[in-house]
Design a protein around this ligand. Structure first.
Ligand SMILES: [Zn+2]
Length: 86
């Protein structure tokens, strides 16, 4: 796979809606690592807002897994912070 650049995004900050399983009608580039996801291969579509428009870029399974892992870390951090105030 290609080299994803920068910090792994988390769903908390990047997405406006839930990721959905998707199969590509034609080979499509993963929005994060730039690898091609082959026609009819499984990937995830993660909606995000850009310039007021909802985009639906796709992510290969490896990148989706790292985004979900990062989301867990962010959620746990948020939870821990919240606990301080409850
Ligand atoms: Zn990828």
């Amino acid at each position: 796979m290609g080299k994803p650049k920068g910090k792994t995004p988390s769903l908390i900050s990047m997405s406006t809606s839930k990721p959905a399983v998707h199969t590509c009608g034609r080979a499509t580039e993963c929005d994060r690592c730039g690898d091609n996801v082959a026609t009819s291969a499984a990937c995830f579509q993660i909606p995000k807002m850009k310039n007021g428009f909802t985009k639906k870029p796709i992510f290969c399974l490896t990148c989706t897994a790292s985004i979900i892992a990062q989301t867990k870390i962010d959620l746990e951090t948020l939870e821990a912070t919240l606990t301080l105030y409850l």
